[in-house]
Design a protein around this ligand. Structure first.
Ligand SMILES: [Zn+2]
Length: 279
């Protein structure tokens, strides 16, 4: 049906409806003929094609990080092998290198080439855990007030809260962008293979450098520029950047069994993962 035909039909339907409306003259007659029901043909309103971009529906294995979408693949046998090899001799949490965990459990399972911030990594680690081995959390956490241990059972869905943020376009001539992880690592180490985890975790500027650019510089040029930039200017840019970081918390509010105070407990996601992947 063309738009013209539809408009014509709509007009006709409106006229029919007008005729059907009781006027003082027909009202008396209507009372006697109550059982006669007038049906007004309904014509669908023509839908204008929207100029707005369609909001892309996320797939089950996709998550939104501010202005980016990441595609996740669950942990597999290979993941367990790598994890076990790396952590089988770990005695406690002090032996654990979080960088190694995020490399094996998060970066290996993300399709896109993104350098992620600490909170984004925590969020995606939680989501991947839920997707791969279930979202149950069963841990023992110390109370912030009295230090007594509390056993807490929860789930990632209930306890996890991710607040994504979109970086501002620019600040004082510096633009905030998403430099690719592969590009950044190559620029930083000037090698084609991955640097060691210790190299990565010791770099304080890693998050900032991969997210901040100036005059369309490459990752390599950016790292050189950061080395030459006065600390005062650099810290202003860093503050601005940090203000807009996404945040992630995995907490449960509970009355402490030791002191009886209502406390917000930070839950431990790693323990549950160890129980399954390191055995
Ligand atoms: Zn307490």
């Amino acid at each position: 049906m063309t738009q013209e035909e539809q408009e014509k039909l709509t007009q006709q339907a409106m006229e029919n409806a007008k005729k059907a409306r009781p006027t003082p003259e027909t009202q008396e007659k209507d009372v006697k003929q109550k059982e006669v029901v007038m049906t007004v043909p309904t014509v669908p309103t023509p839908v204008k094609p929207s100029t707005e971009p369609k909001i892309k529906k996320l797939l089950d294995n996709q998550r939104k990080l501010g202005d980016r979408i990441v595609t996740l693949s669950p942990w597999a046998g290979k993941t367990k092998k790598k994890f076990k090899k790396e952590f089988q001799y770990a005695e406690d949490m002090n032996d654990i290198d979080l960088q190694k965990i995020v490399e094996i459990l998060v970066y290996d399972h993300i399709k896109e080439d993104y350098q992620l911030t600490e909170y984004e990594l925590q969020y995606l680690l939680s989501e991947l855990k839920e997707m791969s081995i279930g979202g149950d959390i069963d841990c023992e956490v110390s109370c912030k007030n009295c230090n007594s241990k509390n056993k807490i059972k929860s789930t990632i869905k209930k306890a996890g809260k991710f607040t994504p943020d979109t970086l501002p376009a620019e600040y004082n001539g510096w633009s905030f962008t998403n430099i690719k992880r592969s590009e950044f690592i190559k620029a930083k180490y000037d090698i084609t293979s991955l640097p060691t985890f210790d190299d990565l975790s010791s770099d304080l500027d890693i998050e900032v450098a991969c997210k901040v650019s100036k005059d369309n510089k490459s990752a390599k040029e950016m790292l050189d520029l950061i080395d030459e930039t006065p600390i005062k200017e650099l810290s202003e840019v860093m503050d601005k950047y940090v203000d807009h970081l996404a945040s992630y918390t995995l907490t449960e509010d509970k009355v402490c069994s030791g002191c009886g105070m209502k406390t917000s407990f930070d839950l431990d996601i790693i323990t549950g993962i160890f129980k399954i992947l390191a055995k």
